[in-house]
Design a protein around this ligand. Sequence first.
Ligand SMILES: [Zn+2]
Length: 407
Amino acid sequence: MSFATALRCRKCGQEYPLQPVNLCEFCLSPLDVSYDYKAIAKVLTREKIAAGPRDLWRYQDLLPVSSGVVDIGAGFTPLVKAERLGKELGLEQLYIKNDCLNPTYSFKDRPVSTAITKAKEFGFDTVACASTGNLAASVAALAARTNMKAYVFVPSNVEPGKLVGIAIYNPTLVTVNGSYDDVNRLCARLAEKYKWGFININLRPYYAEGNKTLGFEVAEQLGWRAPDCAITTAGSGLHFTRIWKGLEELSMLGLIGPVNTRMYVTQAAGSSPIVNAFQAGSQHVHPVEPNTIAKSIAIGNPADGYYALRIVRQSGGDACAVPDEEAIAGMKLLAQTEGIFTEAAGGVVIGGLKRLAASGTIKKNELTVAYITGAGPRTQDTVADIVRPFTVQPTLESFEEVLGMPV
Ligand SMILES: [Zn+2]
C-alpha cells in the first residue's frame, strides 16, 4: 500500500487524484505528491527503515508507489568520510555521498525507479524521457528490467561514451540536433500526442520523489541527523529541492531533529542561470545558452530553478558558479584524494566546495556532505590529458632507464 493521497499544486494548492499529470490546470504550476503523514508516523520508525532492503526501497513508506516495485538495486550508496580531500580543502568533517555507485552510474536510478514503478501501476507499456545522457541510461535500463518499450531523447552532442551506456539496454535512442532545452521542447510536444509515460513530464511528480532518498540516506548514514551543510549541482534543480524535502520529512516525522542544513548549489559557469539569479538578488531565473563540458547539468532553462533558488535562500546557503577548468581540477582532486572518479558535474561540486571553503562560507568544523551524482568513466574525454604513461620494452633495463630509477 501507499501513503500517497493526492497530487497538489505547488502554488494554488488545488488537489488532483494520483494520475500521470504534472501541471495544475488552473495556474500551470507543478504538482507534487502529498501524503498522509499522520498514518506514516504511526508505522514508520528508524528500526523499520534499518531493517529494510539495502536500496532506496527501505524508504518505500515515503515514496508514492504501492507494491511490485521495479528494482535494479538503486540507492543506499556509500557515504564516505573524506579525510584526504577534507585536508586539501581545510574541512575537518567532510563526507562524500558517492552516487556514482548506482546501477547505471548516476543518481538518476533513484527517481527513475519510482517513476517507472508508477508507470507500470498506471498501465503504460511505453516510457520516454528528455535527457542530457544519464537519465536516458537509467530509463532504458529500468524499462529493460520490466519489459517496457523506451524512447529516449538526447542532444546529438552528448558524449559518445554516454551513448553506448544508453544503447546497450536497447531503447529507441533518438539524438536531436539541438540543445537539451530543444530536446525538452520536442518532448513536451510528443507528450501531448503520444500516450506514453514521460518520465520527466507527465510522470514528473513521481520521478521527483525518488530524489528524496538522497536526503533520507545521508541522514540515516550520519546516525539520524541532518548535515550542517549540503552541496550539490543543479541542472533542472529538481534533485537539489528534493534533498531538502527529504530532510524536512524526516524531521516532521520525528526521525531526526530540526533541520538547520544550509543548502549550497553549484553550476558550471557556462550554464549557471540559478547562480546568476541568486547573485543578482532576483527571484527570476533567466534562461541562458549553455556552454560547458559539464553536459549532464547543461540546462539553460531549469524547470525547478525558481524552487531551488528559494531553498538556497531559505536555508541560508549560497550559490557558486565554477569554470570548466576548475571542474576538471575538481575531478582530478576527488580521484586523487578519495579514489572516486566522477563526471564533470561532480568536478563542479568539488570546485564549488573549494571556493566556499576558501572563503570561509563553509567552516572547517561544519559537518558537510558533498553529493557526487554521476561517474566519470563514460565521459573520459574531459580528462584524457591525464594519460601520460611511461612506455618501456619488456626488460628490467628498459624500465630502469625510461623511469630514471637509481641503479
Ligand atoms: Zn495551481
